[in-house]
Design a binder for this molecule. Structure first.
Ligand code: HEM
Length: 460
């Protein structure tokens, strides 16, 4: 039986060559989508190397349609730029029944009540880092936040405690991410070996090294008789499908890469933006400090769980993710013929929601480009108006963990350490690894801690 021809979308196309579109998307995804929507309306079509045409919407109706599609109707893109980093067994890349099955297996470690286990780790690691800074020292938000989030995710996922072991994982992950340079991300043709010294060879070596480390960890766990481990790897190794089977070593390795890379790179970027905005606006900083201070002086004290419940701190984190969704586009590939924003979509064609457009849609957000946490205090937004964690059957499984971590890190830090932003100009956004982040370093100067000594460990 011959495959039917793909639907032809009666929409104006960009006149820019393919590579120019890819570069536009990589160098300034937010500006690129805004320009497409301004010129061509909603939805519009973009063409990306090796992905092909994508029908993109930034409207809540588009998000409602896309997030309502189930796993039998849509799947991940056929050629996904994150595949080299995360592996073909990654939950992010699975489709249909296999995706549903594996997602069910991987979700329990991220349930709300397990957050308590991670809270103390997150707060202690943040305070440890803050105490290592000296007055007058200049720190880079991205580096500082990566140090915390990578450490936290390694402890939560692998339970690695020994310094030498966690250092090997930290260095391996950092090398793999550094080696996956923007040209490799954007141009799939470059993802092949051009001898032992090319960029792809460097990335392949780094990837092999980190996979070997994960595999050794899994092997050790399979041999040991300990039953008291509560880390996510142990839960995944013990988890069983309905038929009694579990994840193979190769699947576990890819899921570990997914959780460690996806779980810290996103949170690092989100926290870096939050630190920028909080320290850019003295009124926001003072309000936040006052809220955290009041909690510290309350009978229950500054526990991670109580921090995560603070309304203004939560609003600051939500607003930061609205203005800077770290994943600028949430795409799907059709497995069945469907309609998206009034356009017919054939099997194999791609549709997407641009979160940068969704989060600045003037029908929902007034003065959309202003950082204004108060908009989250007076009102709730639907999952089709606000979607920093994507939506529907593939919504981020680490959303609760990521949100919780953002609140605990930011709340602990503003209470522990006076910081001053070096440059108040908002950095441009650029696509890096799997997220959209600030192009330049966000630098902060460390001040002197007031005699009250709030960098002391909070009451547990
Ligand atoms: C602020 C932090 C984070 C942000 C903004 C974020 C954002 C996202 C987005 C936009 C998606 C795609 C959802 C979709 O296609 O609809 C996603 C998927 C995913 N995220 Fe996150 N994420 C964050 C933290 C985490 C953490 C902490 C973990 C795990 C430790 C995690 C693990 C995953 C996984 C496994 C998927 C794939 C889900 C699936 O395909 O079923 N993320 N994330």
């Amino acid at each position: 039986m011959s495959t039917p021809a793909p639907a032809r979308w009666a929409l104006p196309r960009a006149r820019r060559p393919l590579l120019a579109q890819a570069l536009g998307m990589a160098i300034d995804p937010e500006g690129f989508f805004a320009a497409c929507a301004a010129k061509r309306g909603d939805p519009f079509v973009v063409t990306l190397p090796s992905v092909g045409e994508v029908l993109v919407s930034g409207h809540p109706d588009g998000a409602r349609e896309l997030f309502s599609l189930d796993g039998d109707q849509v799947e991940p893109l056929e050629v996904n730029p994150v595949e080299p980093l995360l592996g073909s067994h990654s939950l992010l890349l699975l489709s249909g029944k296999r995706h549903r099955r594996e997602r069910r297996l991987m979700t329990p470690p991220f349930h709300g009540d397990r957050m308590r286990t991670y809270g103390a780790i997150i707060r202690d690691r943040t305070l440890e880092l803050a105490r290592s800074w000296r007055p007058g020292q200049r720190i880079v938000a991205q580096t500082a936040m990566r140090a915390v989030t990578l450490d936290v995710i390694l402890r939560a996922v692998l339970g690695v405690e020994g310094d030498a072991r966690s250092e090997r994982f930290r260095a391996g992950i950092a090398e793999m991410l550094d080696a996956y340079t923007p040209p490799l991300l954007i141009v799939p043709a470059l993802r092949r070996s051009l001898g032992p010294f090319g960029p792809w060879a460097r990335f392949a070596r780094a990837r092999e090294a980190i996979c070997a480390l994960f595999l050794a960890e899994i092997g050790e766990r399979r041999r040991e008789s300990r039953t008291d481990r509560v880390d996510i790897l142990s839960l995944l190794m013990a988890a069983r499908y309905d038929d009694g089977g579990g994840l193979s070593d190769a699947e576990l390795v890819d899921e570990l890469r997914t959780l460690v890379v996806g779980g810290h790179d996103t949170t690092t970027t989100a926290l870096s933006w939050a630190l920028f905005h909080v320290h850019r606006d003295p009124a926001v900083l003072e309000r936040l400090r006052a809220e955290v201070r009041a909690l510290r002086d309350s009978p229950g004290g500054l526990t991670p769980e109580a921090l995560a419940e603070l309304p203004f701190l939560g609003a600051v984190c939500n607003e930061s993710l609205r203005l800077h969704p770290v994943v600028p586009i949430v795409p799907r590939r059709a497995r069945r013929a469907l309609t998206f924003r009034g356009q017919p979509v054939s099997v194999g064609q791609n549709v997407a929601v641009a979160t940068t457009l969704l989060h600045t849609n003037p029908e929902v957000w007034g003065d959309a480009h202003r950082f204004d946490p108060d908009r989250f205090l007076g009102r709730k937004y639907s999952p089709f108006e606000y979607a920093p964690f994507g939506g529907g059957a593939r919504r981020c499984i680490g959303a609760a963990f990521g949100s919780f971590q953002m609140r605990v890190v930011l709340g602990s830090l503003v209470d522990a350490m006076p910081l001053t932003l070096v440059n108040r100009k908002s950095p441009a956004r650029v696509l890096m690894n799997i997220t959209m982040g600030p192009r330049e370093a966000i630098e902060l100067d460390v001040g002197r801690v007031a005699s009250r000594g709030s960098a002391r460990p909070a009451r547990a």
